[in-house]
Design a protein around this ligand. Structure first.
Ligand code: ARG
Length: 483
């Protein structure tokens, strides 16, 4: 992607040099200037190399704007129709790669407008009535972000489905769960996988919430104060599917909260994926050997013939750094800006685009990996009784029989110490050791030890109790419409 972008940037630069030679008055704002822009300034201030990806949204916004202008009498219906038709033709040319970009026209807004004027003359010159690039760029970004959120939501649904399918496939497999990366308690593999479904559910909810604030119409704020022309903002909002119209022109023409909170939502997805990737990187090692990744999603070494490396997971983790960087860039970008629009805001686009794009790719690859992973059941089972995963449940058994919690904790701690000394599991200890703790119940207590028994003992809502996990699985199957 990055390579492609820099190639196109070079192409744009090359074209610009020839296209701007000798021109003084070709710019939309050239009226009050008496000399052409310095070539270095054009290079420095351009945004077409990255904001051209807004072209569809820019054109959709302009068509809605022109429709409204005709309805309120600021242009004729015929002119609006001509503008809409020409904008659609321009859109097709851009999509087909037949449109030429040139940094002397700065950004996507001026490119499309100047092309319209070149084709329609005075009719094209009417489009920017009652509008400024300041509200236009906010409109385009809101439309883009709204689409990006919807697309990412679809990706996240796919990811959740992959985790749910893996959970179904895992059946009654029990795995060790960790705190501090030390063996803690046994859980159903399905319970473990559903933990991620919950995280991505919150991520989706967060984006949905941000979307409400994205979906507010900025157009009509014009440069910063609104306009004296009789525009109809509600109509434009309706045409573009916005829920409401921004109440304050100074606020909305400068506001980038919506960009930042959307990117924050995206960053948290990256964080969740990164931690998950780290976990699976560890679990594929010989030291853990819990899961097997599909060959198609791993790479080899150019020197060590035996290697199978989890590079995709490592890059999901690594790219998270970039996404966090984008959020950081945006936060710093707005921190010192007086009202209203400042050109600094042009710098919001690369981090916004990059954050969404990077995470969308990570989500897609993560789904594929989860769908195609396998548990190394033999290795898991052979080590399941290591690490005293049943100790806490044993303690709870004693509590059941009336022992105060702290005493039960201490008693089981001592049993664990004995077991370590004789290189045994708790279930291997002589029945007398349990009799001492709960006279008349020694045999029964010992019979309920072991990881599998411990899992069966769980009860509480949200726990790894097989019944609870089944309920959760059914819930997510319904929610995600998995048959
Ligand atoms: N390319 C500009 C941006 O992304 C568009 C707005 C320019 N407005 C201005 N007053 N120069 O922010």
């Amino acid at each position: 992607m990055a390579k492609k972008a820099s190639q196109s940037q070079r192409k744009i630069r090359g074209q610009a040099m020839s296209a701007t030679k000798g021109k003084t008055g070709s710019k939309a704002w050239a009226g009050r200037f008496d000399s052409p822009t310095d070539a270095r300034v054009e290079q420095f201030t351009e945004s077409i190399s990255f904001d051209r990806r807004l072209y569809r949204h820019d054109i959709a916004g302009s068509i809605a704007h022109a429709t409204m202008l005709a309805e309120v009498g600021l242009m004729t219906k015929k002119e609006a129709a001509e503008i809409a038709r020409t904008l659609r033709a321009i859109e097709e040319e851009i999509t087909a790669g037949e449109f030429s970009f040139d940094i002397s026209k700065e950004d996507i807004h001026l490119h499309i407008e100047s092309e319209l004027v070149a084709r329609l003359g005075d009719v094209g010159r009417k489009l920017h009535t009652g509008r400024s690039r300041n509200d236009q760029v906010s409109l385009d970004l809101r439309l883009w972000t709204r689409d990006a959120i919807d697309q990412l939501d679809r990706g996240l649904i796919g990811l959740q489905k992959s985790f749910v399918s893996a959970a179904i496939k895992s059946g009654d497999l029990i795995i060790p769960a960790y705190t501090h990366l030390q063996r803690a308690q046994p859980v159903l593999a399905a319970h473990y996988l559903l933990a991620y479904v919950e995280k991505f559910a919150r991520d989706r909810d967060r984006l949905r919430d941000a979307r409400r604030r994205v979906n507010v119409l900025p157009l009509g704020a014009a440069a910063l104060a609104g306009t004296s022309l009789p525009i109809n903002r509600k109509r434009v909002a309706e045409l573009l599917g916005f829920d409401s119209v921004a109440a304050n022109s100074l606020d909305v023409s400068s506001d980038r909260d919506f960009v930042i909170e959307s990117v924050f939502g995206v960053t948290l997805i990256a964080e969740h994926l990164s931690a998950w990737a780290e976990e699976w990187i560890l679990w594929t090692t010989t030291e853990f050997d819990t899961i097997r990744l599909p060959d198609a999603f791993c790479t080899g070494s150019s020197i060590m013939p035996q290697k199978k490396n989890p590079d995709v997971l490592e890059l999901i983790r690594g790219k998270t750094a970039r996404v966090i960087g984008s959020l950081q860039t945006l936060l710093v970008l707005i921190k010192g800006l007086p009202l209203a629009y400042n050109r600094d805001l042009q710098e919001d686009k690369p981090p916004l685009f990059d954050a969404f794009e990077t995470v969308a790719h990570s989500v897609e690859l993560a789904s594929a990996i989860v769908e195609n992973m396998n548990w190394n059941r033999a290795a898991i089972e052979s080590k399941l009784e290591l690490g005293f995963l049943d100790a806490t449940t044993l303690m709870e058994q004693l509590i059941h029989l009336g022992m105060p919690m702290r005493s039960a904790h201490e008693a089981v701690g001592k049993l664990v110490r004995t077991a370590i000394e004789c290189n045994a599991t708790l279930a291997n200890l002589p029945v007398e050791r349990f009799e001492e703790l709960a006279p008349g119940h020694g045999r029964e207590i010992r019979g309920r030890l072991g990881a599998r028994q411990a899992v069966l003992a769980f009860q509480s809502e949200g726990s790894t109790a097989p019944k609870r996990v089944q309920e959760q699985l059914q819930h997510w199957k319904r929610e995600l419409k998995i048959s």
